[in-house]
Write a protein that binds this ligand. Structure first.
Ligand SMILES: [Fe+2]
Ligand SMILES: [Fe+2]
Length: 179
């Protein structure tokens, strides 16, 4: 449900979200090298956890992050980054709530630790949103790169390590032979 919602929202805000190429812009060697360390992370079927709403939300998150990161060197103003940050904030508010509810229902053993990691992600998102809001022409690329690297780490660390650790608990909860 949220995945569909997100795709719709992004389609509507596409004009702002995917900036036009700025042909006059020449990234520094450092910016270029940082941008090259930001990879597209494709969704895979074995990333599915509940075969339902949680997977749809994760799928949407991958889309959101990959779309930001493929454009990371094209942002030229705060106004271009902010629609993305707003989508991400809305996403996290709903997504973390659903994920934590499933963790409680399934008896997930690392609930407290995971909840704390969600709080840290929200905190970092707020810090980066503030930075993005105040971005000026001369630092917008560095801020976009900082956000891009953080987003990549979200997928590689939080999703691939922490979220996927829920899978056996959700599978057990969904196994009809255990009811
Ligand atoms: Fe999580
Ligand atoms: Fe998640």
């Amino acid at each position: 449900m949220l995945g569909v919602l997100y795709n719709m929202k992004l389609t509507r805000s596409n004009k702002n979200f995917v900036p036009d190429a700025n042909k006059a812009f020449k990234p520094t060697a450092m910016q270029l090298s940082l941008s090259k360390s930001i990879k597209q992370i494709p969704w895979r079927n074995d990333y599915r956890i509940d075969n339902g709403p949680l997977d749809n939300e994760h799928f949407a998150l991958f889309g959101l992050i990959n779309r930001f990161n493929i454009n990371v060197l094209r942002f030229t103003s705060a106004a271009q980054i902010m629609p993305f940050m707003a989508s991400l904030k809305e996403y996290t508010e709903e997504h973390f709530e659903l994920e934590e509810e499933l963790q409680r229902k399934s008896g997930y053993a690392f609930y407290d630790d995971h909840k704390m990691k969600h709080a840290l992600l929200i905190n970092e998102l707020n810090i980066l949103t503030k930075k993005a809001k105040n971005a000026k022409k001369d630092n917008v690329t560095d801020i976009a790169l900082e956000i891009g690297l953080w987003l990549q780490d979200w997928l590689e660390t939080h999703f691939l390590e922490d979220d996927l650790s829920m899978k056996p608990y959700i599978n057990r909860m969904q196994d009809p032979s255990r009811k």
